[in-house]
Each structure stands twice: as structure tokens, then as C-alpha cells.
Write a protein that binds this ligand. Structure first.
Ligand code: G6P
Ligand code: ZN
Length: 581
């Protein structure tokens, strides 16, 4: 484990398991509530749904009923969240902490003010050898009384509970009859410290320190500090009023010497300042405007509600997430101490562009293509098969934790830029974010990539469109002409996990053409209303003279083809996508 590899780590004094003896535990009768099917990112619904009596309590109890007693009795759990509306109520009034105690958990580590980012929860679980942890978050969905809330459970490796557990939780929600609640008072989450309630212990911890320690182990902070202290380099980080606000100041300002005005929207707010905390070109508009204005900073970055997604921008230059993971992988060995022996292997989700494939080929390391969803990387990491991976959906990360990690991605980019400029004198032209990307394309070729999202479509129309495409795939043959493209193959992507042999079917409809171009159709698995159709379009361009083209222009013929093949307009009535990335 990472904390053993470095002598500087202080493993917290080990905690002695105990039982819930001495606590008054009440058994409260309850009845099943509908609609508690746990998705792979946990349970995500409108706040109003969670405010129904026993809705959340039932799910938490069903979760404990799904675990083996030895996986939590007298054990250690972690509780964190993204700071959104209803987190405080969920922790205390709707009883997460009391139900944990009621079920015999020995100790719970809670982030101060209930805050802890998703990657930090993963890091704390791993470092403190916890049995698991909860993240109270609906990720990048808006927060507030009218919006979304969510909860997910990660197990002892720090990764989201697998379907075998989430299916059990759902099963248990259908037959639940009692909730075990311990009688403990409301805990003051605003003060660090340990409180004993009988044999149950609540420790309010700094949500940053273990995570920061890990980042200092992974990256060369001196190198980054050198960059951030240059008068000719400017950095801006937009925390979108979400959880990374709590991390940005201590890390970028406190440890790395960035000035305080580098952090924008750095205060975590319950409604994310009325924002939609999703770092992309549409929802991180403020940052995009700054980065495309005259006199823009040199590197701009943002992270989402719970801190696992990221967006990286250079001056007037957008790094697609597909390129980002490829560029990080290509430069990791030189710029990031954690990868000093080179990445073990690389992986991306199926719709993510093939830019990473080219890097894996050049580095001559194993490469994996998995379905959409971070959970598919976990087994590969635990088996030591990969160390860097990413998704087109603004997720990038490595095996330092078992979640994607927004701040990690920003530190990776800062490391690359710092490394490339470490010998530059002030006044010399610096290697920019755009330079790094263009050099990368010149070496590996450019994978033009774009994603069109059609959010909140009528489910019927969206499903019919997918059925229509499935039918088309069953009839089409390689060699057939689609516009100017010749089909190599079309299929519904399936994946067999090389570690445990589990099979995931129907993971996205692919049309792959003989020149390597791809059109992929998927229905989102994370939306909270209606159906979201995603169309992913990719075209490989080896010719350097064409690399500077705008992606939307370069991809226009393929985009038109994607719309016509799918008859999207006929099935959904939509003229335009809601989001283009
Ligand atoms: C979450 C998951 C990712 C996934 C993304 C988009 O962030 O953690 O693994 O790529 O959502 O998923 P979707 O099903 O909405 O395309
Ligand atoms: Zn997220």
C-alpha cells in the first residue's frame, strides 16, 4: 500500500474494535419504500424524495443488512460529503451516524462540517484501513431543496461497492421491517475531535490532511511550487462552490504557494452558488470565459461537486478529457515521482478516444478498454494491471485511490508544465498547455473527439432509437458504405473483466469505420430525469497540418452521419444537443 512505501507516513494509532455495548439501541419498525434501486453511483434522487420518512434510514439499514457482520461490527467507517444541501440532515437527523452505531459499527470518521471529497474518502478508507465509507453527494448535479441528493458506499479497498452488494441492498429495501438506531445526541461536526458514546466513537477529522499527505507522496511538490511561484506563470482553479473549495486553499495556496486569488468560487455552498457543479465547457462558463479572454492565465482547471471530475484549460485552449489522460500517461514517468518506473498499464472507457491507446502502444504497456463507469478500473488496479486511466466524461485518475480524482489531475498537469519549464529563465517563452497538447498530437496523431448530449429526452423515444440502432447493427455488414465511410464493424459493446471474469453486456452501440473513425451511441446511466442520449464521435488524424482545425469542423461530416444513421430528430424531436463537449 502507498502509505507503507514511504517512511514519512504516520499510520493513525490503530483502533481497537469494540461492540456497541453501553449504547441504548432502539429497533424502529419500518416498511419498504418504493424506488430504492441502487445505481452504481449509489442512490441519487431529488432531496424531497430523501426527506420522506425513513427513506434514507431504510436504505442505510438495508446496506448494513447486505454486508457480512465481520465487515462492519466493531469496525471503522468513514463519512464525507460534497457540502450540498441535506448533507447535515442526512448525517444526523436522518440518522446515518445513529444507524451505523445501532448496527454495531465501532467508530466513524466524519469529515469536518461533513465535508470530504470522493477521492479523499477513498484515500482515507485505504490509509486508515477502514471497512468502508459513505459519500453524501449527487456528484455534479445541482444542489438545494429542489435539486438532487445522493449517497454511495465504498468498501475497504476504497472503491464503490460492486453490483453484487448494490443488488443485495436493493433486495433488502424490498423486505425491510426494522431499523436499528442508537440513542446518541447530535454531534458537533464543526469541531475536530473524538467523542465516545458508550463504545461507539465519532471522530471529526480534517478532510484534507490524509489526502494531502497522499498528494505529497505522489507528486513533487517542490517542482510544482517552483512553477506556481514564477512571475510569468498564472494559474486559476475554479472550485465551483463545491467540495474542492475545502482542498484548494490548503493545497494550492498553503502548500504550493499559489496566491489566494488563484482560487475562484472556493467556498463550498449548499447550492453551489446556484450553479451546476460540472466542470465542462457549458457549466464551467465563468472559467471558460476567463481562459478565453485576453490576458488569460496559463492554466485553468475546475472540479465537480464531489471533487472527482476535472477540466483542464490552457490559455484559449481546451484539453479534451480523452487527450488529458493520454498526455498525463505520456509524461507521467518524467514529471510525477509516483510513476518513476513508468505506468504499469493504461485503461480507458470504451467511448473515450483512442489517444491513450497510442500512448500504451508506444510505452509498450498493457492496455484495457472497459465500459463506462469508474468501477471497471478497480479490479485492474487491484490486480496491478494498470496505474493510469481516464474517461471522456472528465474523469482522470490512477491507482493512488479507487476513484477518479479532480485535484490529482490538476496536480498532474501542473507537474507536466512545471517539468517542461523547470530550466526556463524568467523572460524566456514557457512551454504552454497548448504546446504540450500540440507536441503530443505531432508525436501520436490527433484523435478529434466530440460528445453530443441530449438531456432529459422522453424515455420512450430514446429507447426506441436505441432499439432501432440495435436492429440496424444486426442487419449491417462490414464493407457497407455509410456516406463517405466504410463500415469495419458495428456492435453492442460487451466486456469480460480479465480479473474476475464477470461480463457486462449492452454497454454502447458502436459503428467503427475502416479509417478508425467511430460513432458511439449510449444512454446515460447517471441522469435523474428522463433519458439522456450521448453520441460520441471520433476521428483519427495523423496529418500534422490538419491538427489545428476546430474539432467541430473536423468532425462535421461524421456528426451529420451520426444524426442521420440514428434518425435522432425523428425519435426525439430534438433539433440540437443540450451540451457539446
Ligand atoms: C460518472 C461515473 C463515470 C461515468 C460518468 C458518465 O461520473 O463515475 O464513470 O463516465 O458518470 O456516465 P454516463 O452513464 O452518464 O455517461
Ligand atoms: Zn463527481
Amino acid at each position: 500500500p502507498w502509505w507503507r512505501a514511504s517512511p514519512q507516513f504516520s499510520v493513525r494509532a490503530s483502533f481497537t474494535p469494540s461492540t456497541a455495548e453501553g449504547l441504548k439501541i432502539e429497533s424502529v419498525p419500518t416498511k419498504p419504500v418504493e424506488g430504492q434501486k441502487t445505481g452504481t453511483s449509489g442512490l441519487r434522487k431529488k432531496v424531497k424524495v430523501f426527506q420522506q420518512e425513513n427513506y434514507l434510514a431504510n436504505w442505510i439499514q438495508a446496506l448494513f443488512d447486505s454486508l457480512q457482520p465481520e465487515d462492519y461490527k466493531g469496525g471503522l467507517l468513514v463519512l464525507g460529503g460534497d457540502g450540498r444541501y441535506f448533507n447535515r440532515e442526512a448525517a444526523q437527523v436522518f440518522d446515518i451516524i445513529k444507524i451505523a452505531a445501532g448496527n454495531g459499527v465501532g467508530k466513524i470518521l466524519v469529515g469536518k462540517d461533513g465535508l470530504m471529497s470522493t477521492p479523499a474518502v477513498s484515500a482515507v478508507i485505504r490509509k486508515q484501513k477502514a471497512n468502508g465509507g459513505f459519500v453524501m453527494s449527487a456528484s455534479h448535479n445541482p444542489g438545494g431543496p429542489e435539486y438532487d441528493w445522493g449517497i454511495k458506499f465504498n468498501y475497504s479497498s476504497g472503491q464503490p461497492a460492486p453490483e453484487s452488494i448494490t443488488d443485495k441492498i436493493y433486495g433488502n429495501t424490498l423486505s425491510i421491517s426494522e431499523i436499528k438506531i442508537a440513542d446518541i445526541p447530535v454531534v458537533d461536526l464543526s469541531c475536530l475531535g473524538v467523542t465516545n458514546y458508550g463504545d461507539f466513537i465519532v471522530e471529526v477529522i480534517d478532510p484534507v490532511s490524509d489526502y494531502l499527505e497522499l498528494m505529497e507522496y505522489v507528486f513533487d511538490f517542490q517542482l510544482i511550487k517552483g512553477l506556481l511561484s514564477r512571475p510569468d506563470f498564472r494559474f486559476i482553479f475554479d472550485a465551483m462552490h463545491a467540495v474542492t473549495g475545502a482542498y484548494a486553499k490548503p493545497i494550492f495556496v498553503g502548500r504550493l504557494g499559489a496566491s489566494l486569488d488563484c482560487i475562484s468560487n472556493g467556498e463550498p455552498l449548499e447550492d453551489f452558488g446556484h450553479g451546476h457543479p460540472d466542470p465542462n465547457l457549458t457549466y464551467a462558463k465563468d472559467l471558460v470565459n476567463i481562459m478565453y479572454a485576453v490576458n488569460a492565465p496559463d492554466l485553468g482547471a475546475a472540479s465537480d461537486g464531489d471533487g472527482d471530475r476535472n477540466m483542464i484549460l490552457g490559455r484559449g485552449f481546451f484539453i479534451t478529457p480523452s487527450d488529458s489522460v493520454a498526455i498525463i500517461a505520456a509524461n507521467a514517468q518524467a514529471a510525477i515521482p509516483y510513476f518513476k518506473n513508468g505506468p504499469k498499464g493504461l485503461a480507458r472507457s470504451m467511448p473515450t478516444s483512442g489517444a491513450l491507446d497510442c500512448v500504451a502502444a508506444k510505452l509498450n504497456v498493457p492496455f484495457f478498454e472497459v465500459p463506462t463507469g469508474w468501477k471497471f478500473f478497480g479490479n485492474l488496479m487491484d490486480a496491478g494491471k494498470i496505474s493510469i486511466c481516464g474517461e471522456e466524461s472528465f474523469g482522470t485518475g490512477s491507482d493512488h485511490v479507487r476513484e477518479k480524482d479532480g485535484i490529482w489531475a490538476v496536480l498532474a498537469w501542473l507537474s507536466i508544465i512545471a517539468y517542461r519549464n523547470k530550466d526556463k529563465k524568467v523572460g524566456e517563452k514557457l512551454v504552454s498547455v497548448a504546446d504540450v497538447a500540440k507536441e503530443h498530437w505531432a508525436t501520436y496523431g490527433r484523435n478529434f473527439f466530440s460528445r453530443y448530449d441530449y438531456e432529459e429526452c422522453e424515455s420512450d423515444g430514446a429507447n426506441q432509437m436505441m432499439e432501432y440502432l440495435r436492429d440496424l447493427i444486426s442487419k449491417t455488414q462490414s464493407g457497407e458504405k455509410y456516406g463517405n465511410y466504410i463500415l469495419q464493424f458495428a456492435d453492442d459493446f460487451s466486456y469480460t473483466d480479465p480479473v474476475d471474469g464477470s461480463v457486462a453486456l449492452k454497454q454502447g452501440l458502436r459503428f467503427v469505420f475502416t479509417d478508425g473513425s467511430r460513432i458511439i451511441y449510449r444512454l446515460s446511466g447517471t441522469g435523474s430525469a428522463g433519458a439522456t442520449i450521448r453520441i460520441y464521435i471520433e476521428q483519427f488524424e495523423p496529418d500534422v497540418s490538419k491538427h489545428e482545425m476546430d474539432a467541430q469542423i473536423a468532425l462535421k461530416p461524421l456528426i451529420d452521419l451520426a444524426l442521420s444513421i440514428s434518425k435522432l430528430k425523428e425519435f426525439t424531436g430534438r433539433e440540437k444537443p443540450t451540451v457539446i463537449t
